[in-house]
Design a protein around this ligand. Structure first.
Ligand code: NDP
Length: 236
């Protein structure tokens, strides 16, 4: 059993983020999740924050630090899609996705790494996507943001690697959550044909990998992209 850590997951009220929180709780860690509405799972401290609103993030971090201690493991999970073809994509649809999925990650990262540098220990796990490196028709905004997370994790690795901090991207393929449930059924079937595993994954299959990356066993892994995609990206 690894020493208990203070873990913060953004977007922990549902989907992959909630499942990640449950996994860390099951492993005996001190877990906080950010929520815009609703609550995280039982056993997690739910703090209200929107990743597009820096003041709300500051408040949330202060509450976590006061109640659970400085954040040692950050999982930047909150994300949205605004899918449409390039020709039809409005500035707003592009900017909304970049502001949440990229700028939002920057904001939480900058705040979380302060404490990690002081403690000379930290684990940063960014939830990317298979489409960050594979590309995806109709997701110019989303895949641009997700591929940028790879550069971010690798830059943090170079900047902070000597201070006991690792930074990695977990790149899920298709996972059964509200995000994929929003896709038309015909499109879901079409995607399944392209996935070597022949199915979508359950959120827990992502959560286990995230928790492992935060464990002592993964202490020498940094700047990596770990696919959890049933073979869709062929390991990138
Ligand atoms: P869901 O749509 O089920 O959940 C998204 C979560 O992000 C919710 O908790 C949501 O909060 C939160 N969120 C969205 N915008 C903000 C914001 N501005 N501030 C704070 N929280 C916010 O998505 P998934 O669980 O499927 O996805 C989680 C992550 O995994 C995302 O980054 C996604 O891009 C990535 N991913 C998902 C894949 C999939 O197939 N499902 C595949 C690859 C990557 P609220 O409930 O308030 O809306």
């Amino acid at each position: 059993m690894n020493a208990p850590r203070t873990v913060l997951i953004t977007g922990g009220n549902r989907g992959i983020g909630r499942s990640i929180a449950e996994e860390f709780i099951a492993q005996g860690h001190r877990v906080a999740v950010t929520v815009r509405s609703g609550q995280g799972p039982a056993g997690a401290l739910s703090v209200v924050a929107d990743v597009t609103d820096p003041a709300s993030l500051d408040k949330a971090f202060a509450e976590v630090e006061e109640k659970l201690g400085a954040v040692e493991v950050l999982v930047a999970n909150a994300g949205i899609t605004r899918d449409t073809l390039l020709m039809r994509m409005t500035d707003e649809e592009f900017e909304d996705v970049i502001n949440t999925n990229l700028n939002g990650v920057f904001r939480v990262l900058r705040r979380a790494t302060k404490g990690m540098i002081k403690a000379k220990y930290g684990r940063v796990i960014l939830i990317g996507s298979v489409v960050g490196l594979l590309g995806s028709a109709g997701q110019v905004n989303y895949s641009a943001a997700k591929s940028a997370l790879v550069g971010m994790a690798r830059s943090i690795t170079r900047e902070l690697g000597a201070r006991g901090i690792t930074a990695n991207v977990v790149a899920p393929g298709f996972i059964d959550t509200d995000m994929t449930a929003a896709l038309p059924e015909a499109q879901q079937d079409e995607y399944k044909k392209k996935i070597p595993a022949g199915r979508f994954a359950q959120p827990e299959e992502v959560a286990k990998v995230v928790a492992w990356l935060a464990s002592d066993e993964a202490s020498y892994i940094s700047g990596a992209v770990i696919p959890v995609d049933g073979g869709l990206g062929m390991g990138h």
